[in-house]
Structure formats: structure tokens, C-alpha cells
Design a protein around this ligand. Structure first.
Ligand code: IP8
Length: 256
């Protein structure tokens, strides 16, 4: 029999990378195409065997979430608001899938709204059943998840960020490596230099500012805190780091 399959790589493509963050529902197609090329190349030459992609909201999800006052902690009971947020994210997901298919990547959608919940309320843990994604991976697909709305006890529907999904997927799937690709080349220190590696939150807390554009789910500090808690090594890098990361090299900031 074949030896056990390699644990997957979990890759987040930031919403700020693949969309124009300040223009509602606008894709940054050059950036999206470049990212999809890097993914396709890494799969084609075997640098990565099994891959899960998660993408953020950028000017799709965050625009509608903020219009409706919905965040990871503030929910809505208005179905129209849910449809605006989920509809925009599904449209962005479709664009990502289309670009991956053009490069023969066997990508399929996994929509968190249909799968996840916060059964203990907005402050409680996210419940993300993993079997759909795990089975798709085993069958040779590249599951593509995205930030979305999530059913939340006593709050209606809140936002689940791509970062939360990355963490849940990494734990649930026993990921080999985690990559977060955004518009910044890594986690930056006070002087704007990339911090090459982070192994404790306190050491970098002061240097981590908030995201500048509309972002309902918490900026770089929250990302670093969550990635530090993972067993798998994580890297935070910009577009130029994607190819090296997928080849197994260090890129941007290593968080471990
Ligand atoms: O961009 C949030 O995902 P993120 C997506 O990963 C929505 O924070 C629906 C605002």
C-alpha cells in the first residue's frame, strides 16, 4: 500500500492581496493571476502535494459586513445582510476558482456559511467540521474556503475570518505548513523592517499596529497571536514570498 499521504499545506490569500481593498467588489486581477500561477506551478512540479486554499474578504466581504455593522463579534438577524455578505464572498470565491481552473488546478469550493457555527455564541469557539475538506483533499481536490458569514447562537450571523478558518484547518488537518500571503512582505517592526521570526507575542506586541483599510476581523496582531498557537510552522509574506513558501523555503516572517 501507499505510505500515508503527506499532511497538507494551508495557504491563505489575503483579501487585500486579491482585491482592491478600497474599491467595493473589485478584484486585483494581476495579483490574483500571479498567486494562481504560483499555486499551479507548485502543484504541477510536486513541490506541494496536498493544498487547502483560504481567501479573505477584501473589498467584497468587508465592504458589505461594515455596511451592515456585522463583524466577528457583532451579528445580524437580517437575511438580506447575510446574503449581501455571503453573496459577495461567493462571487469572489468563484473568481478565485475560475482563475485556478484556467491553470488546471482541481479547485472546488467549500462555503463556511453552510458548514460552520459558533454554537456557544459570538464569544465561543468556532465549530468547523473537517471531514468535507479532508475527504476532498484525499480525493485529489484543492478545497478553497473563504471568510464568510457564520451561524452564531444568540447573535444571528457573524463573520468568520479567513484567519480563523486557517487556524481551524491547520489544527484539524494536521497541516505541515501554514502560509499567509498578503500585501505586506511580512510582520513589520516599528521601523518598517520585516521581522524574520517570531516565537512569542510579547516580544512583538508593540510593533503590531491595526490594518489601515476596512477590516472587521482584527489586523496583524490577531493573526500573529493565532498563528503562534499552532503546532505547524507559519509564514506571513507578500506576493514575492508565495513561490518560495510553496517550495518549502522560509519567506517573510516565520511564526513558530
Ligand atoms: O478577510 C472576512 O475574512 P478576512 C470575510 O479573512 C468577510 O478577515 C465576510 C468580511
Amino acid at each position: 500500500p501507499d505510505s500515508d499521504p503527506e499532511p497538507p499545506v494551508v495557504l491563505k490569500l489575503g483579501g487585500s492581496l486579491i482585491t482592491e481593498k478600497d474599491r467595493p467588489e473589485t478584484i486585483d486581477d494581476d495579483a490574483l493571476v500571479a498567486a494562481c500561477d504560483a499555486v499551479a506551478n507548485a502543484l504541477a512540479d510536486g513541490a506541494v502535494e496536498r493544498l487547502v486554499v483560504v481567501h479573505g474578504g477584501g473589498s467584497f466581504g468587508h465592504h458589505h459586513a461594515s455596511e451592515h455593522g456585522v463583524s466577528t463579534t457583532a451579528g445580524t438577524d437580517d437575511a438580506d445582510a447575510v446574503m449581501d455578505i455571503h453573496g459577495a464572498m461567493a462571487a469572489l470565491n468563484r473568481a478565485v476558482l475560475d482563475r485556478l481552473h484556467e491553470r488546471d488546478v482541481p479547485a472546488v469550493p467549500v462555503h463556511p456559511l453552510s458548514l460552520t457555527a459558533r454554537p456557544e455564541g459570538a464569544d465561543g469557539d468556532l465549530d468547523l467540521p473537517i471531514s468535507s475538506t479532508a475527504t476532498l483533499l484525499g480525493e485529489g481536490f484543492v478545497p478553497v474556503l473563504h471568510g464568510d458569514g457564520v451561524a452564531t447562537a444568540d447573535a444571528g450571523v457573524t463573520v468568520v475570518s479567513g484567519d480563523e478558518l486557517v487556524v481551524e484547518l491547520a489544527v484539524g488537518l494536521g497541516a505541515r505548513r501554514v502560509g499567509v500571503c498578503s500585501t505586506v512582505p511580512g510582520v513589520l517592526d516599528d521601523g518598517g523592517e520585516v521581522i524574520s521570526s517570531i516565537d512569542s507575542f510579547d516580544a512583538v506586541a508593540d510593533a503590531l499596529g491595526a490594518s489601515d483599510a476596512t477590516d472587521v476581523s482584527g489586523g496583524m496582531a490577531a493573526k500573529v497571536r493565532e498563528l503562534l498557537a499552532l503546532e505547524a510552522p507559519a509564514h506571513v509574506f507578500g506576493a514575492a514570498g508565495l513561490e518560495p513558501f510553496l517550495r518549502g523555503e522560509d519567506a517573510g516572517t516565520r511564526i513558530d
